[in-house]
Design a protein. Structure first.
Length: 306
């Protein structure tokens, strides 16, 4: 089934070129189906790119979903046209009156700041709290995963000596979990971050379950509340060229503290382009999350959530 997206969202045309079936809101209203309601709090600088990355993965299920985009009132993005934000995004104050089957909260370029020093910390704390009673399952990604673990469970983050940058092998710790249905024992995950959370802190909290980790990149996935919360420290949603663009941007800025992304370029040579090793498991993870932790758990009457 297709995704129901706002009319004229740029991702629609981009994904149609990839032969991905999407449906704008006008056509979708003619179908008598109760779609899953998914809200995305997009904190990434390049909003349109992130929208497209996430929608591409959400489209790979047989379920119809209605996608909503949330923005912060306390932060104005610098890299996305204001017209785009006004047309496709709604403030938390507006969406907080509604309930959603699933929520995705993205990473943000603020990880080197203390949480309380982030300009929108008060507002995003309200959103974290609201999601507990208004969303069936929430998927926290990268900085949002660290921030969510800190807000909900007091888990600290630690600075890394060098940037965790590249594609790293991850090991599932409980292959019987539905989130890993169809997974291999080892799967690859992109990472791009300057901080980490640590296994010992997760294991010391009985409310949390470490479900995937890496010898190289550490904690990668944590589950809480029986799957109502997932915290993913990497970026399975990344497009094939995302790390390449980030690396070339840093090189152009003259930065000397950033190495090439590890296990990413063919023959470890940027001139040869990336080798994509994570997309199959990315599709599986998002499909499993939507199916087993959203669709199978959410009530038909959405007002009964929480």
């Amino acid at each position: 089934m297709p995704l129901r997206l706002p009319d004229r969202l740029p991702a629609i045309e981009l994904l149609k070129r990839e032969n991905i079936f999407v449906m704008d809101a006008t056509r979708a209203h003619s179908q008598d189906i109760r779609p899953l309601r998914i809200v995305i709090l997009n904190l990434m600088p390049l909003k349109i790119t992130t929208e497209t990355d996430l929608i591409r993965l959400l489209s790979n299920t047989p379920l119809q979903m209605e996608i909503n985009f949330m923005k912060l009132r306390s932060h104005t993005p610098k890299n996305t046209p204001i017209e785009h934000m006004m047309m496709f995004y709604k403030d938390f104050a507006t969406l907080s009156k509604e309930k959603f089957d699933g929520m995705i909260i993205t990473g943000a370029p603020v990880e080197t700041l203390e949480y309380e020093d982030v300009s929108y910390w008060d507002e995003i704390s309200q959103i974290f709290e609201w999601a507990k009673s208004h969303v069936t399952s929430t998927l926290y990604i990268c900085w949002a995963a660290q921030a969510g673990l800190f807000y909900h469970y007091g888990i600290p983050k630690y600075p890394l000596p060098t940037k965790m940058f590249g594609i790293f092998p991850q090991h599932t710790l409980d292959a019987q979990l539905p989130i890993f249905r169809g997974f291999d024992d080892v799967f690859m995950m992109p990472h791009s971050r300057h901080t980490e959370i640590r296994r010992a802190d997760i294991e010391a909290n009985t409310a949390l379950t470490l479900i995937a980790e890496s010898v190289d990149s550490g904690v990668s996935m944590v589950m809480a509340r029986g799957g109502r919360e997932f915290f993913v420290t990497g970026h399975l949603e990344y497009a094939p060229d995302t790390l390449d663009k980030e690396y070339r941007r840093d090189v152009a800025l003259g930065r000397t503290d950033v190495d090439k992304p590890k296990c990413y370029y063919r023959d470890d040579d940027p001139a040869n382009g990336p080798v994509v090793t994570w997309r199959a498991h990315a599709n599986l993870l998002f499909s499993n999350w939507v199916n087993y932790y959203v669709y199978q758990e959410t009530p038909y009457n959405i007002d009964e959530i929480g």
